[in-house]
Write a protein that binds this ligand. Sequence first.
Ligand code: MLT
Length: 257
Amino acid sequence: MAAFKLAFDDAGSGPALLLLHPFPFDKTFWAGVAPAFVNGGLRVIAPDLRGFGASQTNNASWSLLDQAEDVAVLLDQLSVPEAHVLGLSMGGYVALALAALQPQRLLSLVLAHTKATADTDQAKAGRAQAIKTVQTRGVDVFADGMLEKLLAPQATPEVRTRARALMNQPASTVVAALQALRDRPDRQAELSRIDVPALALTGAEDGISTPEENRALAGQLPNAQLEIISGAGHLSPWEAPDAFASTVLRFVHQALK
Ligand code: MLT
């Protein structure tokens, strides 16, 4: 068990919805959509993953499986045996690790802007370059460059500014995360065992988790729907918050029936 505690938000009542944030963000990523989930009758639990936001870590390096174990401990501490699990991008990798670790935890699974495949050799080389950028030029230079890949071209200056302000994590966490993202396993062989209702969701203009990849992902899950949000890149909760929230709520309520 981790010797540190995760910071988390816990709001609302009803069936639990666990929100797992992307990289390099923290639980504040969900600020624009969490109220809609609470108003939709859900208990929203949103941790800062280890090393991010207000959550500490006692290790210089960690894996996405470690992150899933931390989240399972948090759910135990909150006496939440089952939850709808929504992971976005890196959070989706953690959600897939949690599904492998504790399948009985999942009422349903939302895989948003994510994938079950491992990094390609080209992506691994990109991680090495990114680590070098963080170490030699700092997190701000890295985050400025990454932001351009996250948002659709039509994202408003306001969305751009607000998303960028959230990409504010310690350099040690950004480096540890880049290593963990690079080293994550391919989980495609596990998808056929995830028999709860699932939703693969991405933005029409997401170049990191493309609509084609999500179509394939939904096809590999036994009980999955596919949703492509128009006008959004990799960060639909910021680029199209109403569409994101209503899609997720509709899916979760269907899954509860
Ligand atoms: C994320 O948004 O969490 C990252 O883009 C994930 C990744 O780089 O694989």
